[in-house]
Write a protein that binds this ligand. Sequence first.
Ligand SMILES: NC(=O)c1ccc[n+]([C@@H]2O[C@H](COP(=O)([O-])OP(=O)(O)OC[C@H]3O[C@@H](n4cnc5c(N)ncnc54)[C@H](O)[C@@H]3O)[C@@H](O)[C@H]2O)c1
Length: 261
Amino acid sequence: MRSMGFELAGAGVVVTGGGNGIGAAMARRFAAAGARVVVADLDADAAAAVAGDVQGIAVGGDAASEAGVQRLITTAVGALGSIDLFCANAGVAPPGGAEAPEEEWARAWDVNVMAHVRAAALLVPAWLERGRGRFLATVSAAGLLTMLGSAPYSVTKHGALAFAEWLSATYGHRGITVQALCPQGVRTNMLAEAGPGAQFLMGATALDPDEVAGIVVEALADDRFLILPHPEVADFYQARAADTGRWIQSMNKLQRKVETL
Ligand SMILES: NC(=O)c1ccc[n+]([C@@H]2O[C@H](COP(=O)([O-])OP(=O)(O)OC[C@H]3O[C@@H](n4cnc5c(N)ncnc54)[C@H](O)[C@@H]3O)[C@@H](O)[C@H]2O)c1
């Protein structure tokens, strides 16, 4: 059965990367709506601070490695009974192109893609048995379009979106709902650390994390696959599909502008 909306009140929720930014804002909004929240973050102090604010449970440590995901899900199931909503939100955005160090590419794959795959591997069997479960992937508009200045980010966010699409297409009729959150700029540490090119491209339209979390709460109620806090992203996505060559040329024009900054 396809699900119809999500009841946050009483739900067991996990948010990775919940110590800061979008994840922290989602944890706060979810808890305010009555959810019981596990806040996972590599930064254990940040996870503990947010968990303290929302009367949730903090899980410090890596939420991307196989062992880290296993530990997180075991702890969360122990604390919550069952996981009704898993938010694969932790992400990294290393700068650079093909020349970016191998370790940075590997970390981007691990955190932005494989963390989602590893979590789904552990969650899906229990969700199929119950006939219900929800996976919310924080992707990015970069997963639908591209992100100038970071090839590892663009490539791995496309991977995250591809995995979310596959999961939804495969299990949609068996009670698993998948949603992909694809914002452009959001005022978090990630954007602040992204350099002048990112500020030029995204600064003017950047949203506050709490606004994004509010849109996520709305989207949980209607099950939409793509959650687009910047609605213009839908137009860019269509333009890319309709004439990909022309869209790439327009991105290259922006690249040339960024190079003059
Ligand atoms: N800020 C933006 O402009 C923007 C736009 C689109 C998408 N996103 C995505 O939103 C998500 C959240 O990013 P944010 O902007 O809130 O950034 P942020 O830097 O404020 O928060 C990211 C959090 O993830 C944690 N983290 C990183 N690797 C981890 C790991 N292996 N295990 C556990 N925690 C880990 C960090 O410690 C940090 O607390 C990311 O997936 C990012 O790609 C951000």
